[in-house]
Design a protein around this ligand. Sequence first.
Ligand code: ACO
Length: 331
Amino acid sequence: MTSSSPRTVIRSTGMSVPEKVVTNADFEAIVDTSDEWITTRTGIKERRMCAEGQNTADMAAEAGRVTLADAGLDPDDVDILILSTATPDHLLPATACETQALLGCENAAAFDISAACAGWLYGVSLADAMITSGMHENVLVIGSEKMSAILDYTDRTTCVLFGDGAGAALVSVGGGNGRGILGTHMRTNGRQARLLWRPAGGAALPSTDETRSDRMEYVKQEGREIFKQAVMCMESACRHVLDSTDRRISDIDLVIPHQANIRIIDAVASRLGVERDRVFVNIDRYGNTSSASIPIALDEARRQGRVGEGSTILMTAFGGGLAWGASVVVL
Ligand code: ACO
């Protein structure tokens, strides 16, 4: 969807990651892997891991607090709190509810969305629509993931890839001078849902001793197939949204891709014809933080001065669902 005269802006951003750093060398001690394999195949050197008792809502609330401070707003000013997560603290109620309480956003309606790594971008699109329709003024969109809670630390093909963290943006009524969310393209392919999933623990296959001993509550993925799909889908989403917003790749100051694998990022950049210095990369420090990855990257890009007011960014995400998308925003 495209807005010809955008009414919504990304007003501020924030992030929160746990203090504990887990290096590739730490994994060498628990599974049959090496720093060399992880670095060359994924680009990851280290990732963060929650401390005992630190949960998805805690990171979400901290990222939200930083974001509201960055905007100079009070918690009471938030109309809607959208939390994207694949690692809800409880299956009921939504983790957004506890986040709302921790943040003290007394006037906000709060709910979760579940679209894996693409969830935060889906949330931004939803926020844009809620504001453009005139329903709301300030929507806090948070991606928060405690991936360490759903990883199988005996499976070297998945456990080394992910990290914990949260990122957020305040999407607000605004615009003018060309600023705003120019357009978003979102797609889903549910026929391939089982390429990346957690087979047990939900209503279809509740947790039992057997599912637990078969380690079916943990993330399973077909890495090679996901890799191919990620490259194709992110390239296609970027082309769609560039077309629909009447932009060329040369108009983009910075591409902010989902951080799943440096080889995926490089392949998408090369297909789009964009040089590495216009692509933001921090996968080396955080691994794949699922739906927190783009807002963390956006916040770091802003704080490092890589982008500022008036910069045109292209964000693109891909993940379980399969669900993917891309968005062009003038900050
Ligand atoms: N250490 C050492 N060896 C390993 C490891 C490891 N951590 N993991 C796998 N290997 C081995 C495999 O067992 C295999 O060995 P074999 O040839 O003896 O069978 C060999 O390495 C090659 O395995 P591949 O799966 O072909 O390796 P590939 O180059 O495809 O890299 C990876 C695997 C990193 C998972 C890659 O496919 C990938 O990044 N895929 C996309 C993952 C992704 O983006 N997922 C998340 C989407 S986001 C979301 O929604 C949460």
